[in-house]
Each structure stands twice: as C-alpha cells, then as structure tokens.
Design a protein around this ligand. Structure first.
Ligand code: ZN
Length: 258
C-alpha cells in the first residue's frame, strides 16, 4: 500500500512544508481520506485517478479542498466523484457547504457524461469496499461526529485515528487485526495547552503516551499526524521526548510504502 499525507503549503524551493494546516491522505494514488488540501497539492496522476473521497468529519481543515477538487474536474468527469461519509457528515456538507451560497450543490448537477457527485453513506463499524480497498470506519471521540479508519488492500493494513481525543473502540479493533503495517495517530497541541486540547477534543503528547499504551500489539510503527502548525516545534519535541520505540512523526509529502 502506498500512502501520502499531502502538503498544505510549500517552501520557497517547492519542497513540501512540514507544517500540516490541512489533512488529506491519499492511498494508492486513487482514494483520498479527507480532502483538506486535495485540490491544491495532489499530483496530476492523483487528480485523474481519485474518484473516491472518504471524509472522516466535516471540520474545515479536512474538507477545504473538496469543493474545488470537484470544480476543477467538473467538465471532464466521466463518472461521478463519490463522497463516502456518515449520514451526519453528508448532512453538514449539503447544508453548509454545497448549499448554493457557499458553493454549488454538485450532487444536483450533471455534465455531458452524467452526475458529477454521488454520496455513498457508510455505517461506522461496518466494513465497506472502496476502489479495491477494504475500509472500516470506527467512531472516535471528537467535537463533532468523526471516524477513524482501518484500511486494507491485498498486501497491507493501515489504521488511522483521524481527529480524536482519547478513544477506546479504535484501539480494540486494531488489536483484533491479524496484522497491521502502520498506525497513524493524531496529536494536535503541546502539553501546556492541555485545556485547549481537551475542549477541542484533540490530544497532547502526554495524552498520546496514554493512548498508545492502550494498544497491546507491539508489532507496527506508529506515526503522528495533525500537529497544529503554530505549535509544531514544541509539540514535536515533546513527542520525541516520550522516547517511545516505534513512534515517529509522519513526514508531509513523503510516499510511504507498506
Ligand atoms: Zn476536527
């Protein structure tokens, strides 16, 4: 499996900035998990291949690139872009984004080839097939309804928490898997902002240590994502000071193969 956390911004030399303002993870160049920077940072191959976009929750940093990704492709789509989400996320998107005021309701529009957007609702806890992947959404503990995902192709399995405060079911499901090649976990704020982290349902390095301790299996690397750019240096330092084996920061823009 190939996985890439798309860049949010770029350095002056064109290289990806390590600062993650937005979330969009692309698997096998063909399925996007969240669409924060999808319209802005995907490759031409990804733009022509991605027709399935899985949304964990409707916070702006996870959906900002969704309307523009569809807009950029509008006249060329020969099949609809499928938005996979829970019923509650679909409701938020249709009411607050694709409402003819913020942006067109693409689900009501067609081009020369037919519909341009199709919603595919998933049920948290149930396996679903998406473009050759097996995907299991699992509810996590965020300020709004939100899911983590367990994703498998023919070769590998990756689990990602998405945005979450301390959570339980996700770790139990990961422990029950036959094999896991990588776990992606969030950690947004440094420890001194524990109150903000708690009220916004995110995690700090201290919370991350307790969270990782819930995982009984010790056979896979754990990568941290979703570090708020404003506190990146401090948060990264505190994560590294945990000195946990197998714990790394996921590099923005790098292609991981598992
Ligand atoms: Zn969020």
């Amino acid at each position: 499996m190939k996985l890439q956390l798309l860049s949010s911004t770029f350095e002056k030399d064109g290289s990806p900035s390590p600062r993650q303002h937005l979330t969009s993870l692309v698997v096998n160049d063909s399925v996007a998990f969240d669409a924060g920077s999808l319209a802005f940072a995907c490759t031409d191959i990804q733009r022509s291949s991605i027709r399935d976009i899985v949304i964990s929750h409707a916070h702006l940093d996870h959906i900002a690139g969704l309307p523009l990704f569809i807009d950029d492709l509008f006249s060329t789509l020969t099949e609809p872009v499928r938005i996979h989400s829970s019923a509650s996320v679909k409701e938020v998107l249709e009411t607050h984004i694709f409402n003819w005021k913020v942006y067109p309701r693409f689900s009501e529009l067609t081009n020369d080839f037919g519909p341009v957007v199709e919603y595919v609702e998933f049920e948290p806890g149930s396996d679903t097939r998406i473009a050759g992947l097996s995907v299991t959404p699992i509810e996590v503990n965020h300020l709004v309804p939100s899911c983590g995902f367990i994703i498998s192709d023919d070769l590998s399995t990756v689990a990602m928490t998405g945005d979450t405060a301390p959570t339980e079911a996700f770790w139990k499901r990961v422990d029950g898997l036959n094999s896991v090649n990588a776990v992606l976990v969030e950690c947004a704020f440094p420890d001194r902002l524990a109150d903000l982290s708690e009220s916004s349902h995110h995690m700090t390095p201290n919370g991350l240590r307790d969270e990782i301790a819930k995982l009984r299996r010790r056979d896979c690397p754990i990568y941290v994502v979703n570090i708020k750019p404003a506190y990146r240096e401090e948060t990264v330092r505190q994560i590294l000071e945990l000195n946990l084996p197998r714990l790394e920061i996921l590099e923005v823009g790098r292609e991981y193969i598992w």
